[in-house]
Design a protein around this ligand. Structure first.
Ligand code: NDP
Ligand code: OXD
Length: 306
């Protein structure tokens, strides 16, 4: 088995070492132009030039959950895309989103500011019933997040393409369910994949349908959000603010209005990190399964885009 690595913004050496240890019979190398074509590739945002040199690739293993960058490329014929299937990401995403929602609901940002100013102050307790949370996307990550929010007794709504039954979550689906979903929520959490149907979905229309005092948590992709629409709705007072982990341009450019906006919390695309050990074990197991002709979880359907 010949495995090649091509991973933007990621040091390849520990992945090479880990894959060699997990698959002792395999040849593993970090791709250089002109290398012999491989059977399997482990990638993050590879260039087209890499794929053009891989005519016999059986599968591309993405070291993340989102495959939007891969689907923009021309892939070798017959090559399957396999995404990371949780691999320790969903619990991180649940931590991040619950932290953001609770920080906003309990006004901990306000308390932090008061304490910094040497002020011992109380705010009136807010009612959970007044903070229904909506989770867009109920896949591997969205379902875990929705369940975690329901443990804190927030009213939780979820929206996906197909209807779901998740304990503690009111499910809405398809374009027919979108308006009811949006108007049922005050806090909106985005965990959709980036596809032609979901690009720019967090726009003035979607965000203005949230209940007054609405709050956005975007942890999926920057291109879901029309940034100017968010700023307009926060500045008009319809939205109370946002926590944003992903941006149209990453790193977020210097001078971007999100950096210092008092109602926007920025984190650097870190809500759910790829955990190398878990990921290598998962990828190696799937390579062995595929080479025995077995089915694996996490196959991407290029027609749906996720
Ligand atoms: P999944 O593919 O498991 O789930 C996607 C969900 O979105 C499914 O429930 C699907 O519906 C729903 N969906 C897709 N298209 C539509 C649509 N047009 N209308 C309504 N619902 C739709 O994805 P994951 O949960 O694993 O990940 C979600 C995204 O999170 C990734 O694509 C990635 O962009 C982002 N991400 C961000 C990270 C970060 O650090 N910020 C880390 C990891 C991922 P159905 O169930 O009916 O198919
Ligand atoms: C992912 C990401 O998709 O890191 O895994 O955003």
């Amino acid at each position: 088995m010949n495995i090649t690595l091509c991973m933007a913004q990621t040091k390849p050496e520990p992945w090479e070492t880990g894959l060699r240890a997990a698959l002792p019979g395999a040849t593993v190398s970090n791709w250089q132009p002109g290398d012999a074509p491989a059977d399997y590739a482990v990638v993050w945002a590879p260039p087209q030039a890499f794929l053009d040199e891989q005519p016999r690739l059986k599968a591309l293993f993405n070291i993340g959950a989102g495959v939007d960058a891969l689907l923009k490329l021309k892939l070798p014929p017959g090559c399957q895309i396999v995404r990371l299937d949780d691999a320790g990401m969903s619990v991180q995403m649940a931590e991040y989103v619950c932290h953001a929602v609770i920080r906003h609901f309990r006004e901990f940002d306000g308390y932090e500011a008061d304490v910094k100013a040497g002020k011992w102050s109380y705010r009136k307790p807010r009612m959970r019933a007044d903070f229904p949370v909506g989770v867009m996307g109920l896949g591997v990550l969205g379902e875990r997040v929705a369940r975690a929010l329901s443990v804190f007794e927030f009213p939780v709504h979820g929206w996906s393409r197909s209807p779901k039954q998740i304990e503690g979550v009111q499910s809405h689906s398809g374009s027919d369910g979108f308006n009811t979903f949006r108007s049922s929520c005050r806090v909106l959490v985005n965990l959709l994949p980036l596809t032609p149907d979901t690009t720019d979905i967090l726009n003035a229309q979607t965000l203005s349908l949230l209940q007054p005092g609405g709050y956005l948590v975007n942890v999926a992709r920057g291109a879901h959000l029309v940034e100017e629409d968010l700023l307009t709705l926060i500045d008009s007072g319809h939205l109370a603010g946002a926590t944003l982990d992903v941006f149209r341009t990453e790193p977020l450019p210097a001078g971007h209005p999100f950096w210092n906006h008092p109602k926007i919390t920025v984190t650097p695309h870190t809500s759910a990190r790829t955990l190398r050990e878990e990921s290598i074990a998962q990828i190696a197991g799937k390579m062995l399964a595929l080479s025995r002709g077995e089915a694996v979880a996490g196959l991407v359907d290029p027609r749906s885009g996720y």
